[in-house]
Design a protein. Structure first.
Length: 156
C-alpha cells in the first residue's frame, strides 16, 4: 500500500474519533456557530482582505481572529541525503497492519512506525516510510533510518 493510501486510511480513522470542526489544538477548534457565521455563503463577510494606502495587505479582523493565527513550529526534520528540511507544530508516529492499513498512532518512535508531521487532517507536512532503525535518541533529538532515507528530528 502506498504512503498516500496509508495516510488516507489514517485520516478516515482520525475523523471518526474527532469532531468535524476540531483542529489538533484546542485553540484551533471552531464551534458550529463560528463555522456557520464565517464560512457559509450569505453570512460570510465579503471582504476578507484589504489594502492600505502604503500597499500593506490586512486581514479582516473577524477572519484574522479565527484563521489568522500562525503557530510556531516545534519540530524540525532533516533528511540526510539532500538536507530537505520540514517543520511542524506536532508529530505522530503511525503504525500500520500487515496489509498496509492504518492501525494506531503514538507519541513515541519505534521500529515499524512511520513519522507524520502536522497538521493532522486531510493534508500534512511530511510522512516518512517505515522506521527500520533508531540510530540515536535524546530528549530533543532523534536520528533514525527508514526504508529509504536517514532522518534527524529536532525538538525546537
Amino acid at each position: 500500500m502506498t504512503l498516500r493510501k496509508q495516510y488516507n486510511q489514517y485520516v478516515k480513522e482520525w475523523m471518526k474519533e474527532n469532531p468535524p470542526f476540531a483542529g489538533p489544538y484546542d485553540s484551533e477548534c471552531l464551534s458550529f456557530k463560528q463555522f456557520k457565521e464565517n464560512m457559509i455563503g450569505g453570512a460570510q463577510p465579503k471582504i476578507l482582505l484589504t489594502q492600505s494606502e502604503d500597499g500593506t495587505l490586512n486581514l479582516d479582523k473577524a477572519f484574522e481572529a479565527i484563521f489568522g493565527k500562525e503557530l510556531e513550529p516545534k519540530y524540525k526534520l532533516v533528511r540526510e541525503r539532500d538536507q530537505l528540511t520540514k517543520t511542524s507544530v506536532g508529530v505522530k508516529w503511525l503504525e500500520f497492519n500487515e496489509d498496509g492499513r492504518y492501525k494506531a498512532d503514538f507519541e513515541d518512535i519505534a521500529v515499524g512506525r512511520s513519522l507524520l508531521m502536522s497538521p493532522f487532517g486531510p493534508s500534512f507536512t511530511w510522512q516518512t516510510t517505515t522506521v527500520t532503525e533508531i540510530v540515536e535518541q535524546r530528549e530533543d533529538y532523534i536520528k533514525f533510518n527508514t526504508e529509504n532515507s536517514v532522518y534527524e528530528l529536532f525538538t525546537l
